[in-house]
Design a protein around this ligand. Sequence first.
Ligand code: CTP
Length: 400
Amino acid sequence: MSKRVLLIIGGGIAAYKSLDLIRRLKESGVSVRVVMTKAAQHLVTPLAAGALVGERVFTDLFDQAQEFDVGHIRLARECDLVVVAPATADLMAKAANGLADDLAAAVLLATDKPVLMAPAMNPHMWANAATQRNLKALRADGRAFVGPNEGEMAERGERGLGRMAEPEEIRDACLTLLSDGPLKGKNAIVTAGPTLEALDPVRFLSNRSSGKQGYAIAAALSQLGASVTLVSGPTNLSVSPGVKRIDVESARDMLAACEGALPVDVAVMVAAVADWRPSKTAKKKIKKGEAAESIELTENPDILATLSKKTKKRPALVIGFAAETDNVEANARAKIARKGCDWIVANDVSGEVMGGDDNQVMLITRDSAQLWPRMSKDLVAQKLAAEIAAAIGGKATRRK
Ligand code: CTP
């Protein structure tokens, strides 16, 4: 059976592009059903959208005929993916807050399927703190986003971030989310970024990890079909469509978030977790005169070792990272033994790896060691995801 998209067209000028999106999805063999908001109908007609999909377009929560015919609950569930394009500021606000006062909002609340949003609005509306708050909430709820892009606005002379992604980009994001990759049905946790260990409300101990490698691994696993929870320390990165992100600061919070996400099939611990935290965190800012001469430290829990040594709910495959400068394989094997994980990806950090776009790694499993050539962090992520799929996935495809 072909994959089914439920397309919710919101009331933005970009709604006309959604007609092109329908055509492109159908060309890719995806069947499309359409819901239009009241505002959208001022911009494109249900007749036009209906002609393209070859069936009626759903517009009204309180229309008896429409409700008896299909009903909003069935609309929300009888599809493989819900796509909101254009996702207006209003629709995002409704979805972020769980409102259900029209058909589109009710469908978004009732669906149990992945949701992809393609925001489109004026750059000021996009940058507004309320919209950014809603975006953060929707991301945390696991909603996927494509765009918005930077460019010319419908309003004369305005440019900025807020233009809806092009129909081809939205179609590609849909096809990724609809794909039956080898990790379909598998759950993954990835940790990424630094942890931040507070000394007082304004000071902390941390490190220079950018989070790039972990974010790339989360994206690569998701592209192979896994449901991914990314537990992230503070970074400036945005998360890939479909990945659920949990933001944390300290190592202890990171551990709690990981434990809360169990059971999973694979755990990839990429975060640069601070090994130590200040033994005391002052509730108030420490004054110059009050500061002790030295900071007493307490060891943090080891998240990789804790997950590896679980007797209940241990992930089938636990992967750690190791920063090494010499004796890479021997040190990594000792780390596998010490922490109880299955594989180690050993980075050679003698070059400019921290914060850079490239990485040089060796993948060490219990019975093999492969030195990979220096390559981009994205490529390392894709190769690692392919190895994970080969180890625990369905139809495994090894990419070299
Ligand atoms: N790790 C963790 N929790 C910690 C410390 C580390 O989960 N409290 C994980 C990291 O995410 C990474 C691996 O353990 O996967 C790194 O191990 P670590 O012992 O910190 O080794 P290195 O950073 O390589 O440094 P060293 O060998 O010097 O200890």
